[in-house]
Design a binder for this molecule. Structure first.
Ligand SMILES: [Zn+2]
Length: 302
């Protein structure tokens, strides 16, 4: 009986100790569980942040970069428009400068008269194209053909003013990269060649405070069939080492934006025709990077 009493008391004591331990274990387990849950939650949040960051980088790998493209006429940008769409889509700030007003852009497809009325039309068309490409447009006021018909006194002051305004734009936009016409000007058009040369002069004219690359659009010799074309605008592949690819989506956007230049195109030309023409370059835009010599030399034969 005593044993039983003692035994009962011991049992009660044991049970109460056991209960206490269980409660303590349970509190500890709860504590451990909540710590694990908290860690899990933190890891999850970290993972979400990392994934969001990675996905944001994947979608906008060029965020913070600035590209400046400088061309002569409204519609010239179509030469590289798929990569303008691409860089804008991938987060870069893309500035497009169109130097002339396109007042002489008459053709067999439409009966537009050269002059101020056509300028208004082409400015609107250029705005439409830039908006679709997702680029910021600066459309300058220089005359189509840069007043070539007015001879030296008309043309040269106009061309000098163009160099100064382009220099101001480079100062203001602080681009990481510039793309413009090369010496061939694509079609040998004097405005194309002079715009390319003027941008090059701006680039060379001072030691810019931040790294800036200059690229010239070019066509590989192998992509040109006719003999004259090879001489007038072809370039050996060893110079066109920057081959920028783009997606079908970029090409479609480029085709849509080209349609904005209605006054300049055959109304029968479809977006598919534009895409076929562009695809002949294998869905690449070829560029020649301007390279400065790495060291001084005292001979031209080294
Ligand atoms: Zn042009």
């Amino acid at each position: 009986m005593v044993y039983h009493v003692l035994s009962g008391q011991a049992k009660d004591l044991f049970q109460s100790l056991e209960t206490g331990r269980n409660q303590k274990t349970s509190i500890m387990q709860k504590h451990q569980l909540s710590t694990i849950q908290m860690l899990r939650q933190r890891l999850y949040v970290l993972l979400v942040i990392l994934l969001a960051g990675t996905s944001s980088w994947a979608q906008n790998p060029y965020e913070g970069k600035t590209l400046l493209a400088v061309f002569a006429h409204p519609d010239d940008e179509s030469t590289i428009s798929p990569i303008l769409a691409k860089y804008a889509r991938e987060g870069a700030k893309v500035h497009l400068v169109v130097v002339t007003d396109g007042r002489y852009g008459t053709n067999d497809f439409h009966d537009h008269k050269a002059g101020d009325e056509l300028v208004v039309t082409r400015r609107e068309e250029m705005r439409c194209a830039a908006e679709l490409l997702g680029v910021e447009l600066t459309h300058l006021n220089f005359h189509d053909q840069l007043k070539a018909s007015e001879g030296y006194d008309g043309h040269v002051p106009h061309a000098r003013e163009m160099v100064k305004q382009l220099s101001d734009i480079v100062e203001k936009t602080k681009p990481d990269a510039i793309i413009t016409w090369g010496p061939d000007g694509g079609s040998t058009h004097m405005d194309h060649r002079l715009v390319g040369a003027s941008v090059t002069q701006v680039y060379l004219s001072k030691d810019w405070q931040r790294p800036m690359s200059l690229y010239f659009y070019g066509t590989p010799l192998n992509n040109i069939d006719d003999a004259d074309g090879k001489v007038l605008r072809g370039q050996a592949s060893k110079y066109l080492r920057t081959k920028v690819s783009y997606t079908d989506e970029d090409l479609e956007m480029a085709a849509k934006s080209y349609r904005c230049h209605y006054s300049q195109i055959d109304p029968m030309l479809t977006e598919a025709d534009f895409m076929d023409r562009k695809s002949k370059n294998g869905k690449f835009v070829y560029l020649r990077k301007f390279e400065a010599p790495k060291s001084d030399s005292d001979s031209v034969f080294e």
